[in-house]
Design a protein around this ligand. Structure first.
Ligand code: NAD
Length: 488
């Protein structure tokens, strides 16, 4: 794929993208740069500024300086700008989708039709929620009481490389709506679409310093960012390993921190389920090359329907088209990066060496493509069952009854999501309650009302985002008490 660049800019898929930071309403550069490759053909498409401690300091100081003004314009002033930003995102869908497709190889059609609009919806939703977020008033003990919300102050938002634009907006939208200026640090494997978000905030008229983008390598600029003493909130999406490091920095400065982390979700299919729907959804877990934290990567199927399910599942997987994410026929795209391909293949090779039974796939294909792979593990403690692969690799296990299904579902350290297929209301309720996860879908997947909470249990997360839960996180609450009759 060809990309042209001039100082601080690159043209990707025909669109001009800044490769510098966005700090205090200006593009600032760094002497050091890092290469960004496109998973489509592995070529370098950009060399992006690699910030360090001084850039992190500049970004947090810019956010800190902008905080009083951003708080003072109030929820309605902020809502007007968030609505304007949402409109601009919708108007720029083609540009955002094309750049993100080149950057991380998410399917272009999916970006154009769904993912980028969802990002716009996040800004609209939070503009409206923040306006409706009422203070509580009541009378007690001879005083008038009022709970007020104060914007917490500068927030760091650190995001992973999968779905970088949309995932960043889950955090950026509530933080801005609650009155917190943001420093966003996108992942170094897919930093370009978030650079476009900076341009759109400028076009929407956001004051300088309210939204900042800090580019660079996690261990360098990310670590410097999260240890900055002027930060008041840290919101992270990524791996549990990185969350532990960030949690230490947050603890040192006593800064509240949320982490949306990895997953190893069960997809449970009961004998009373609509088997075609369940098998199609199971095959759909290979979408985006399985690089989806919420994916149901452990297929748990009732013993009585083992063969019937596998037959339908295999037929559905056979219909997948692996290839170029810009092609509307493609359903499974390449993995993000050669290092990630090695990681995914490492899991497969270790599972094979460990004697786990391979039911299908298990091979690298051209470029960064990897065959949709299914293992039937001999032992639930096998690494391939217990650890997140974050690639097109699923496991298949059977269960006899509800108790065994729940025991298997809850047998990993993760707890982000679960998917259940059943036609029984009672079973849906029992299993829905029993699965230990932040979200459980019954007979569906990936739909979430934006006002519902989102997060994980176990090593899948700390805290909740979504709806007012995120507004609570980005606010400091204050109780005001006025002695009766003391003021007029
Ligand atoms: P990662 O933890 O390697 O990196 C995430 C971000 O943290 C990147 O921006 C990276 O630069 C930064 N980072 C790395 N080291 C840092 C440090 N020491 N200090 C500060 N920042 C640092 O994760 P990844 O490989 O980019 O993403 C994949 C992981 O993210 C998977 O585990 C996946 O399940 C998870 N994920 C979770 C959700 C969710 O909502 N729960 C969504 C998407 C991805």
């Amino acid at each position: 794929m060809s990309a042209t660049s001039q100082a601080g800019f690159v043209t990707v898929a025909g669109h001009r993208v800044s490769t510098d930071h966005w700090i205090g309403g200006e593009r600032l550069t760094s002497a050091e740069r890092f290469d960004v490759i496109t998973p489509i053909d592995g070529s370098v498409i950009a060399q992006v500024a690699a910030g360090g401690a001084s850039e992190a300091d500049a970004a947090v100081r810019a956010a800190h300086a902008a905080a009083p003004g951003w708080a003072a314009i109030g929820a309605s002033g902020r809502a007007a700008l968030l609505h304007r930003l949402a409109e601009l995102i919708d108007q720029n869908v083609e540009r955002l989708a094309a750049v993100e497709c080149a950057d991380m190889a998410m399917l272009l059609e999916s970006l154009r039709l769904r993912v980028i609009h969802r990002a716009a919806a996040n800004f609209r939703n939070y503009a409206d929620l923040a306006l409706a977020y009422e203070e509580r008033d009541w009378h007690s003990k001879g005083t008038w009481n009022r709970v007020q919300r104060m914007p917490a102050g500068p927030a760091a938002v650190i995001t992973p490389w999968n779905a970088p634009f949309m995932l960043s907006t889950w955090k950026v939208a509530p933080a801005l709506a609650a009155g917190c200026p943001v420093v966003l640090k996108p992942a170094e494997w897919s930093p370009l679409s978030c650079s476009l978000l900076a341009d759109l905030t400028a076009e929407a008229g956001f004051p300088p310093g309210v939204f900042n983008v800090l580019q660079g390598v996690g261990e360098q600029v990310g670590a410097a960012l999260v240890s900055h003493p002027l930060l008041r909130r840290i919101s992270f999406t990524g791996s549990p390993e990185t969350a532990r490091l960030i949690g230490v920095s947050a603890a040192r400065n006593l800064v509240p921190f949320t982490g949306e982390l990895g997953g190893k979700g069960p997809l449970i299919v009961f004998e009373d389920a609509d088997l075609d729907a369940a098998a199609a959804k199971a095959a759909g877990q290979y979408d985006d090359a399985g690089q989806v934290c919420l994916a149901g990567t452990r297929l748990l199927v009732q013993e009585s329907i083992r063969e019937l399910f596998l037959e339908r599942f295999n037929a559905a997987v056979d219909r997948h088209v692996l290839g170029d994410p810009r092609d509307a026929r493609t359903t499974v795209s390449p993995l993000i990066h050669p290092e990630h391909l090695e990681r995914v293949d490492g899991f497969v090779q270790r599972a094979l060496a460990d004697g786990q039974r391979l039911l299908r796939g298990g091979r690298r294909l051209e470029g960064l493509l990897y065959e949709p792979t299914l293992f039937e593990p001999s032992d639930n403690s096998a690494e391939i069952v217990q650890r997140e692969v974050f690639g097109p690799v699923l496991t298949f296990q059977t269960f006899a009854d509800e108790d065994e299904a729940v025991a298997l579902a809850n047998s990993t350290a993760y707890g982000l999501s679960g998917i259940v297929y059943t036609s029984s209301m009672g079973r849906a309720d029992r299993i829905g309650r029993a699965v230990r996860a932040g979200i459980v879908w019954i007979n569906t997947f990936l739909v979430r009302d934006l006002t519902a909470p989102f997060g994980g249990v176990g090593i899948s997360g700390i805290g909740r985002e979504g709806g007012n839960y995120a507004l609570d996180f980005y606010s400091d609450l204050k109780t005001l008490q006025i002695l009766d009759g003391s003021v007029r």
